[in-house]
Design a protein around this ligand. Structure first.
Ligand code: GAP
Length: 456
């Protein structure tokens, strides 16, 4: 847990992540991306989008956050998307009953009904202590629906509340027919989407891991039923290799199969990452059969079948889903990159991001800020590098060089360039490598090519 606290503190101190509505005491389950978090998020989303675009048959979509209530009735979220909630009678804090049980080594099946989980909870009630106040006095377990509601378009009491989407996937299912009818795609094909999702999580916790407002990167692949199993295996390989592209340590990732499949799923595996608080879900790669399209066909009356002109077969395509979270990916990147080591006899905190993922690619320093000729030359180099490097370049003239290196190490900047008096004579700069501390002199006119090769 100690590492998570350090990561949270660094994320706030250096402008990656700020607690939501902080000046008003905070708003649980929300966080704001700071300047560096915004860059990091863009890098993650761009890399995911790039990976999806490598498929010739991939469509992209940006569907609405507010959707008709019927969408969520059809998907099963209105009736069945709930977590078991229990409240401490003494301090009134709300908890997930399954999480309390898990903490004492008891696993509650996800499919348990409200009466079933109450029986299990009662069996262990005497052992269960409130993590907030320490008392052993909980109420009854209730199944709490996680859908967030809003009153958009509601002007009279009798008008229905609407739902904020709980996953981006439903936006994809309800547009599957529109995408097909646009004439550019045929089964098998995928629809990919990045966007916000909202859930009334009972106890948002573990920093970016469980938020109430979060962002998903989801892809639904529509395949002929006969090809679904093979496509599922291919997507599993592809999705794990994505994390290699992000530079994540292999030994920190693993596959975990769902033991209790939800009734519509044909197979379900999660990619887990070993977060500072243990192994937990990063991404789900699930074979959902034809459940979603069939449900929307049933509720909307719209024909969701596909007719294959060549084979003359008509079917509802099966769906392979890959669903990962921007927030969990960023928490993983911060955890994976965080390191404390010693350089030149000094302790330092460093984020060892892969250069392509680092929020700042290059920092440019004039050796002294009170020497106009050095500052002018540094500005020139900054302009040149900013124009040739794909990503953020920072100009920093604050404090001595050692301090500037430490600050850049802390945010994971892979290369720092220093403009000194030699630069004025020979047009070379010092390039310092974040991981080795090694410094080499490079000609200014060779910098664009040199940095491009290092960062690609
Ligand atoms: N369409 C399938 C779906 O939504 P999920 O397992 O509920 O499945 C998919 O969510 C991914 O979304 C998770 O693997 C995780 O990365 C992210 N996610 C889910 N709930 C989250 C939350 N409360 N906070 C942050 N990320 C979340």
């Amino acid at each position: 847990m100690k590492d998570l606290e350090k990561i949270v503190a660094l994320a706030k101190r250096r402008g990656f992540v700020f607690p939501g509505s902080e000046i008003y005491g905070g708003f649980a389950g929300t966080y704001d991306w700071g300047p560096l978090g915004t860059e990091l998020r863009l890098n993650v989303v761009n890399e995911w989008t790039r990976a999806m675009k490598e498929h010739y048959n991939m469509a992209f979509l940006d569907s609405s956050i507010f959707t008709a209530a019927k969408v969520w009735e059809a998907s099963g979220h209105v009736s069945g998307f709930s977590d078991p909630m229990v409240v401490c009678n003494k301090c009134h804090t709300k908890f997930r009953a399954d999480h309390l049980l898990e903490a004492i080594g008891v696993v509650a099946d996800e499919k348990m009904t409200e009466p079933q989980i109450n029986i299990l909870f009662d069996e262990y009630r005497a052992k269960l202590q409130c993590p907030s106040c320490g008392k052993k006095d909980f109420g009854k377990v209730v199944a709490k629906n996680l859908m967030a509601t809003a009153t958009l378009g509601k002007f009279n009491e009798e008008d229905q509340d609407v739902y904020l989407r709980a996953e981006t996937a439903q936006g994809i299912f309800i547009n599957y027919k529109n995408v097909l009818d646009s004439g550019f795609f045929s089964v098998p094909f995928g629809i990919a989407q990045v966007g916000k999702a909202f859930r009334n999580e009972i106890s948002p916790r573990q920093f970016l891991f469980r938020k109430r407002e979060f962002e998903q990167m989801e892809m639904q692949y529509f395949v002929p039923p006969k090809e679904a199993v093979a496509a599922y295996e291919e997507w599993k390989v592809e999705r794990m290799s994505f994390y290699d592209r992000l530079g994540i340590k292999k030994e920190k990732l693993r596959w975990k199969q769902h033991e209790n499949l939800v009734f519509y799923a044909k197979d379900a595996w999660d990619i887990q990452y070993e977060y500072p608080f243990g192994w937990n879900e990063l991404e789900g790669v699930h074979y959902r059969g034809d459940y979603d399209l069939s449900q929307h066909q049933k509720f909307s009356g719209v024909d969701m079948t596909y007719f294959n002109e060549k084979t003359k077969e008509r079917y509802i395509p099966h769906v392979i889903e890959t669903s990962t979270g921007v927030d969990r990916t960023i928490l993983m990147l911060l955890s994976d990159a965080y390191d404390e080591d010693e350089m030149n006899g000094e302790k330092r905190v460093v984020l060892k991001f892969k250069p392509k993922i680092a929020p700042v690619k290059v920092a440019v320093f004039p050796l002294l800020k009170n020497k106009p000729e050095l500052v002018a030359k540094a500005r020139e180099v900054f302009k040149l590098v900013r124009g040739s490097v794909d990503g953020m370049v920072m100009f920093d003239d604050n404090g001595n060089i050692g301090k500037r290196y430490r600050r850049q190490d802390e945010i994971g900047t892979p290369y720092c360039l220093t403009i000194d008096f030699d630069t004025l004579n020979d047009d070379t700069v010092t390039v310092r490598d974040r991981d080795t501390g090694k410094q080499e002199r490079i000609k200014i006119n060779e910098l664009p090519e040199f940095l491009k090769n290092k960062i690609k």
